[in-house]
Design a protein around this ligand. Structure first.
Ligand code: SF4
Length: 251
């Protein structure tokens, strides 16, 4: 089970455990070193409830360290952090410990993200992938959060703080303007740190930015500093949709 620390992957792991037992179940989770501390509280409680210890893999770098190494700033179109920090460590573990002929990889995306399943399956080949939360009964995120509470486990706090996903502490280069502004309000220190990292990469790479905006038919980089300044001066934020990300080809 590719266990992301999100509510969907917890509910998926519950379904797998109910259907197949836990003797051969592995909860494989990648540590990007920037997860919200509460992710680890939740993941630990979830693993205890399921009765399977977490198997944690890590590249050892943070997303911005990956961008520095690769001289490329991740963004909504291309996020090498996801490949380097999640997919590669998980794939290495799978190669070393499993046989694709007798292993099924479970991913916790749900029925609202069905369009992503083909890419995820392609990304994990030759391991076959299943998506338990895309099968009936179809649950909403609220249903899953309620089920989690019913089991006596408090869901990851990022959901309650208004984030759609519990990964990278809410600091995701695939997020849109709205989520970045939400981050600025909820975790200003995390926003300012990302802003500094982005500026350091701009110093090295030139006019790059995590975000882009389209004005007068022209797409151009929009820095976090500029986004923050506009916000502080009351300029309306753009409507770039927030990114959904969790596993596989979304970790
Ligand atoms: S959640 Fe976002 S920032 Fe974190 S590894 Fe995935 S794409 Fe990168």
């Amino acid at each position: 089970m590719q266990f992301s620390g999100g509510i969907g992957s917890f509910c998926a792991a519950l379904r797998v455990a109910q259907a197949h037992g836990t003797d051969n179940l592995v909860l494989l989770i990648a540590d990007t070193r920037v997860e919200d501390p509460d992710l680890w509280r939740f993941a630990t409680q979830a693993a205890e409830h399921i009765g399977v210890p977490l198997t944690v893999v890590t590249d050892g770098r943070t997303p911005f360290e990956v961008f520095t190494d690769r001289r490329f700033l991740g963004n909504s179109r291309l996020a090498p952090c996801s490949i380097q920090l999640k997919q590669r460590p998980c794939r290495r573990w799978l190669r070393e410990h499993t046989d694709p002929a007798s292993t099924v990889l479970y991913v916790g995306i749900d029925w609202t993200e069905l369009r992503r399943t083909y890419a995820i399956e392609a990304g994990w080949r030759p391991w076959p992938v299943k998506f338990p939360m895309c099968d009936p009964p179809l649950l909403s995120k609220e249903d899953m959060l309620a089920e989690c509470r019913r089991l006596g486990i408090e869901p990851p706090r990022l959901y309650g703080l208004g984030f759609s996903h519990n990964n990278c502490g809410g600091v995701c280069v695939r997020a849109g303007q709205r989520q970045w502004l939400h981050l600025l309000r909820v975790f200003p220190d995390r926003f300012h740190a990302a802003e500094r990292h982005e500026q350091q990469l701009r110093d090295q790479l030139g006019d790059v930015a995590i975000l882009r905006e389209r004005r007068g038919g022209i797409s151009r980089p929009l820095t976090l500093r500029e986004l923050r300044r506009r916000h502080e001066s009351g300029h309306p934020a753009g409507q770039t949709p927030a990114h959904p990300e969790t596993g596989g080809t979304r970790p």
